[in-house]
Design a protein around this ligand. Structure first.
Ligand code: ADP
Ligand code: XUL
Length: 541
């Protein structure tokens, strides 16, 4: 579309008084959608859970862990397409008036890659509105199982990427991160090395976010710079792909990735398929999709002095960064709101699914009993400490369960309640230790904003407040990535005439959920030091 035509389409949509915005989140366990009104209030939310509603794909926690080598973690790409069919039907059953949706944006679990077969773009352009998407896109993927962020099978490719630019420090300086197994660059390199024919037959490569966007757009959508900085391929200062890194992964990669765009970019109008099948307004705009953590940053409306802690399938800690910095543990990503600033991100793989395992083992599968056990033990847990890594952890790079009493390591704690507290305290001690190592100030004046599925749990939030010795706040709506995508839909539509700051100015403030107990610093500051020394010893072994 020409600039003039684009501007007039924007104008027409903006004049619709009761317009709405659609925000999607293709997360690890669930595909989520919300419809927001013009005041950014949530009108409707619908979900499709992969394990329970698409049992034919046999995922556990939304993923398939290879039985022969549990470092390989993938998702059948077509499952996500089928989930989108189901989500759209659910929105229709809820009586959503698709004609009022002025713009749509989305978020996706970060780092996962989708491999589009040659001719897939043709298929996307010519989808018939009388058939389901999953029927028509079933042969569109050259690699049928997408590697996702839980994968840790690419240590060899990580080494190659770091060597290509002169070491981990240099890679971190260019891309914001040293090489990480789950990052898309090493995942793409592994596909090239292990499935050369599939790589050759791949016309385009999307991230999970830009894949979802491509379906809505009816053509391959660009990768946005914020999710793009989770690939170890993008120069976070110039916002361009780094040719040396592309070459280290596979041939013709620049062509397969296409040019990256700012996250708020208007990338086109909704495809004919959605106009005809669901009666979307022909002027409905599609705004670039981004990663779930960048989308959460938007949805949580973070200000300076705030640290976000997301307790979803993965646990993450993130915050707004004015300037990029080079760190070896953690990531610097481009910011989804403004391409001149950045965000810091720490990711811990063993989040909710590990908490669920201990809940099932110690609390009969009940969060209420889990909380009772947690609350029946004192802060500091009588000197017991536990580290639980069901799958290969990122920070620190460890796997397995490790338990310690005051006097040294043990294979079993004396009671279920000690185990529950050891898990939750151990998870937050790790977050505080790595946040401090990143240079994040924790303590006086710090405020924590919690989100994600487990942020509904007051007992867990209390431990978070105590370990960080900081108050914890929450929004009523815990799905901040989905909400952030809805905000981005409006932001992308109205930019530059309305800034993100102006857009969110009147929205309600977060609510205080927990305050730290007065003895929190005295108990947990020495425990953070003990955690560091335990981890140092475990890594050395
Ligand atoms: P994702 O977006 O990564 O798919 P969510 O943010 O939707 O994940 O969180 C899902 C997780 O929330 C579930 O795995 C579950 O363990 C956790 N969860 C839901 N309710 C509670 C609760 N009351 N206490 C602790 N965890 C909870
Ligand atoms: C972030 C990360 C995860 C995924 C899934 O680096 O790997 O948080 O985005 O949520």
């Amino acid at each position: 579309m020409s600039c003039a035509a684009n501007a007039s389409a924007k104008k027409e949509i903006a004049s619709i008084g009761d317009r709405t915005f659609l925000g999607l989140d293709l997360s690890t366990q669930t595909l989520k959608a919300c419809v927001l009104n013009d005041k950014l209030e949530v009108l409707k939310e619908v979900y499709v859970n992969f394990d329970s509603e698409l049992p034919e794909f046999r995922t556990i926690g939304g993923a398939i862990i290879d039985k022969a080598d549990n470092r390989n973690v993938t998702v059948p790409t077509i499952m996500w397409v089928k989930a989108l069919d189901m989500l759209m039907d659910k929105l229709m059953l809820e009586g959503i008036d698709f004609g009022k949706i002025a713009a749509v944006s989305g978020s996706g679990q970060q780092h996962g890659t989708v491999y589009w077969q040659r001719s897939a773009e043709e298929t996307l352009k010519n989808l018939s509105s009388s058939d389901f998407l999953h029927q028509q896109l079933s042969s569109s993927f050259s690699v049928t199982s997408s590697p996702i962020w839980m994968d840790s099978s690419t240590s060899k490719q990580c080494k190659q990427l770091e060597e290509a630019v002169g070491g981990p420090e240099k890679l971190a300086e260019i891309t914001g991160s040293r090489a990480y197994e789950r990052f898309s660059g090493s995942q793409i390199a592994k596909v090239f090395q292990t499935k050369p024919d599939a790589y050759k037959n791949t016309e385009k490569i999307s991230l999970v976010s830009s894949f979802l966007c491509s379906i809505l757009l009816g053509k391959i959508a660009p990768i946005d710079i914020s999710d793009g900085s989770g690939m170890n391929l993008l120069n976070i200062r110039t916002k361009k792909w780094d040719q040396t890194l592309l070459d280290a992964c596979g041939p013709n990669l620049a062509e397969k990735l296409g040019q990256s765009v700012p996250s708020y970019s208007d990338v086109g109008s909704i495809s004919r398929y959605f106009k005809e099948r669901y009666n979307f307004n022909p002027n409905c705009r599609v705004i670039a999709h981004t990663g779930d953590n960048p989308a959460s940053l938007m949805g949580m409306r973070l200000n300076e002095g705030w640290i976000a802690v997301s307790l979803g399938t993965s646990d993450t800690v993130f915050l707004w960064l004015k300037e990029p910095k080079s760190v070896l543990d953690g990531h610097v990503l481009c910011n989804p709101i403004d391409e001149n600033v950045y965000m810091a991100l720490l990711c811990f793989k063993n989040g909710s699914l590990t908490r669920e395992r201990i809940k099932n083992k110690c609390a009969n599968g009940s969060w209420d009993i889990f909380d009772q056990l947690l609350n029946s033990t004192p802060r500091g847990n009588f000197g017991n400490m536990g580290l639980y890594y069901d799958i290969q952890e990122i920070l620190p790079f460890l796997q397995g369960d490790y338990r310690f009493t005051k006097n040294g390591s043990t294979c079993k704690f004396t009671s279920l309640e000690v185990e529950v507290r050891a898990l939750v305290e151990g998870q937050f001690l790790a977050k505080r230790a790595y946040a401090e190592d990143f240079g994040i100030q924790v303590g006086q004046g710090t405020k924590i904003l919690a989100t994600g599925g487990a942020s509904q749990n007051k007992g867990i939030l209390q431990v978070l407040a105590d370990v960080f010795n900081s108050p914890v706040y929450v929004f009523k709506e815990a799905n901040s990535a989905m909400i952030g995508a809805g905000y981005q839909a409006k932001h992308g539509l109205l930019k530059p005439s309305m800034s993100y700051g102006d857009m969110i100015y009147n929205l309600p403030q977060p609510e205080l959920a927990c305050e730290p107990y007065p003895d929190a610093a005295e108990i947990y500051t020495p425990m953070v030091e003990r955690y560091r020394s335990i981890v140092k010893d475990l890594i050395r072994k």
